[in-house]
Design a protein around this ligand. Structure first.
Ligand code: HAM
Length: 413
């Protein structure tokens, strides 16, 4: 029989990788929790129009990467390619803006993009992300950038570079668009086909092209920061000042435009040179216009998302493996009931316990205890059990002592 395999571009996460995934998402939730972020869970699929209007018709994501299908009710549905548009949809739909001034959300979950799979790039991948709605202060921009950077450092991802830019508001971008088009026009025929199309739809994306020839041709392109208004420049200056205050080293990259249309003002990425071409670990920015676009509300917002698989690759073996508190070795059928009762009591007491269902000899038990990584082994023999005691073996220091069943919880503390 032919075995069914996981679909191309998807990946199972289990064993040590599962522990690593859990470590990253749990630490993130706890870490961002300290900054006041609470969990938000939006559906995995949404109406296709949400992403067309939110992420933007001219983007690679909407143009060629979405998993879109008709459901049985003839609705056009799309598996979410990213989390921001859905958080904004939820915020507007539930009128959260009327209930609180500033909302801070954290999410973790899978996203879907039909991209060419390679190391660090999948068709189903996981993101952890945060979104803050209702705050326009540039200090928030710096605080969120610093928070993402500190989180990655805390879990052990090092050698990261923070790159930042400001893409301004609509008017500045329009001004810049014209300046840039004037620069690009004479070289139009020499640019790649994608860039020719970008010139029509979103010329800023030409600066993001990975083709060497296009990079060379546009090396001296005018930069967007020169087109910013006085207020936008001031906002950007404060972001940089506070990044320095928060001890975040950053590099300005005037060509950084990001691949989603909803950004305005500050944009940034945290990159590594350890993952080849898929070096962006985290990306985000300000998206003050998205709430206008989706719900006609003037509400500022800022956020980021990081790729969990990329963080997992960077962590390698460097993450805390889960430890097992106790392995219970029971010897002979007569001890079985007491052994399972003790396992149950200890688990309710908060200890992690593994116990085998089949009767085994001492040697086989020790082998198993070793394999499951137990810190302690409780050995229950018939004679000892009748006396109300068990043997407690410290499996790390290889010492052992006889303790009463009554007292075992206190000793294991
Ligand atoms: P993004 O840059 O498209 O931004 O994705 C964020 C991160 O998700 C990337 O830096 C990368 O680590 C990871 N990622 C993206 N595509 C893939 C893939 N195919 N395979 C593996 N990892 C991937 C956003 O999604 C925005 N929603 C971020 C944001 C939140 N901006 C404001 N708030």
């Amino acid at each position: 029989m032919k075995l069914i395999k996981a679909v191309r571009g998807t990946k199972d996460i289990f064993g040590d990788e599962g522990i690593k995934y859990d470590y990253i998402t749990r630490t993130a939730q706890e870490f961002f929790g300290n900054y006041g972020y609470s969990m938000i869970k939006t559906p995995i699929f949404e109406e296709t129009d949400l992403f067309k209007r939110g992420v933007g018709e001219g983007t690679d994501i909407v143009e060629k990467e979405m998993y879109t299908f008709q459901d049985r009710g003839e609705r056009s549905i799309t598996l979410r390619p990213e989390g921001t548009a859905a958080v904004v949809r939820c915020y507007l739909e539930n009128k959260i803006y009327a209930k609180e001034e500033v909302s801070r959300y954290f999410y973790a979950g899978s996203m879907f993009r039909y991209e060419r799979p390679q190391a660090g790039r999948q068709r189903e991948f996981n993101q952890i992300g945060v979104e803050v709605l209702g705050e326009s202060s540039p200090i928030l921009d710096a605080e969120v950038i610093a928070m993402g950077y500190s989180f990655l450092s805390k879990i052990g991802v090092t050698d990261l570079e923070v790159t930042i830019n400001s893409v301004g508001e609509k008017e500045s971008r329009q001004r810049y668009r014209e300046t840039l088009l004037n620069f690009l026009e004479p070289m139009r025929e020499e640019l790649c086909d994608d860039c020719k199309m970008r010139m029509e739809k979103n010329p800023l994306r030409v600066l993001d092209c990975k083709v060497d020839k296009c990079k060379e041709l546009t090396a001296d392109a005018p930069i967007i920061t020169d087109s910013l208004s006085v207020e936008e420049k001031a906002h950007y200056e404060i972001v940089k000042k506070y990044l320095t205050l928060f001890n975040v080293k950053y590099k300005e990259d005037p060509r950084l435009v990001r691949g989603l249309d909803y950004y305005s003002s500050t944009v940034y990425e945290i990159v590594t040179n350890k993952l080849g071409s898929q070096g962006t670990v985290l990306g985000g920015g300000r998206y003050d216009n998205l709430l206008k676009q989706l719900g006609d509300k003037e509400i500022p917002a800022f956020g980021f998302a990081a790729g969990v698989e990329r963080i997992m690759m960077l962590l390698g073996e460097d993450f805390p493996k889960r430890e097992l508190d106790v392995y219970i070795a029971w010897l002979g059928e007569a001890t079985m009931d007491s052994a399972f009762k003790l396992a149950n009591d200890l688990r309710l007491f908060g200890k992690s316990v593994v116990i085998d269902y089949a009767s085994k000899g001492m040697k086989a038990h020790m082998k198993k205890a070793d394999r499951v990584g137990a810190k302690n082994v409780i050995i229950i023999g018939e004679d000892e059990m009748n006396k109300g005691v068990v043997m407690l073996k410290d499996f790390i220091n290889r010492t052992q002592e006889e303790v009463s069943i009554e007292n075992i919880k206190n000793i294991l503390k």
